[in-house]
Design a binder for this molecule. Structure first.
Ligand code: SAH
Length: 245
């Protein structure tokens, strides 16, 4: 659950999940070169990847959707600063997208499909793609079959639906897509634009008077970062590049 204190801890970050401009560009290079007139970025957050999409597809109309205006405002300010004019922000819910069927040539979503659920998101968003449209998402995935009990237990508790890459590929095919590319983000994508600036915010909270709920929230944030530091070989966000079949 995202509450006010969580949003406060996550204020003013360049990203709201692991990733990097470099990875976004690498994944764009996996796509066939054609006209993607209408692109939707779901759960855009502060929109680092939205702006990368805007640079790579300057002729496209890019709709950036998020549930929270605080992030949309951050993206709008960045677009103004950078003179980006092909991005439109929309406040909305990924569970019931406010668009007509077949409105987009590409749907992009980094670090956000877990909110609706990977399988559910694949099914739910498919109808918004035009014929031969592309869906590109990054999803937290196991990288190995064998993993230490501690990290298994952590993610079983925190994100029980997490699957390995092969299980996700099975879901992709069953949901009516052909897999066209895969990319595992490197460990530094978790730190540089996400955990390190987040840690700065978290450290400011230490020693402050906090409610029990706030303390729990803060501890969970530290725990997640520790788990990644220790066990990054076993899991990461994986980009799945899918063509609507
Ligand atoms: N893609 C961004 C943000 C990822 S974090 C990045 O990589 O930096 C997930 C994002 O989903 C957050 O910005 C959060 O506000 C947004 N979100 C959460 N619930 C949502 C919902 N129901 N519908 C749309 N966006 C949602």
């Amino acid at each position: 659950m995202v509450d006010e204190y969580f949003l406060f801890l996550h204020r003013d970050l360049p990203r709201q999940g692991p990733g990097s401009s470099q990875s976004t560009h690498t994944v764009i290079d996996l796509l066939p070169q054609k006209n993607y007139c209408d692109i939707l970025d779901i759960g855009c957050g502060p929109g680092m990847q939205t702006m990368d999409l805007s640079r790579r597809f300057p002729e496209s109309r890019i709709t950036a959707l998020d549930k929270y205006n605080i992030f949309l405002n951050q993206l709008e300010d960045s677009c103004l600063d950078l003179g980006i004019e092909n991005v439109i922000t929309t406040q909305g819910d990924m569970m019931s997208l406010p668009f007509r069927p077949e409105s987009f040539d590409m749907i992009w979503s980094e670090g956000a499909i877990y909110i609706i659920g990977f399988e559910e998101g694949l099914k739910e968003w498919r109808r918004f793609l035009r014929k031969d449209g592309y869906l590109v998402v990054s999803e937290l995935s196991w990288l190995t079959a064998a993993r230490p009990p501690l990290i298994q237990a952590y993610w079983d508790d925190t994100y029980p639906d997490m699957q390995d890459i092969y299980e996700n590929i099975g879901m992709i095919e069953r949901a009516g897509y052909n897999l066209r590319g895969l990319y595992v983000i490197p460990p530094e994508d978790w730190d540089n634009d996400y955990y390190l600036p987040l840690l700065e915010n978290l450290k400011k909270e230490q020693g402050r008077p906090l409610t029990e709920d706030q303390m729990t929230c803060l501890e969970l944030e530290f725990l997640e970062i520790q788990m990644h530091n220790k066990f990054s070989r076993y899991f990461s966000y994986v980009f799945y590049v899918m063509e609507k079949a």
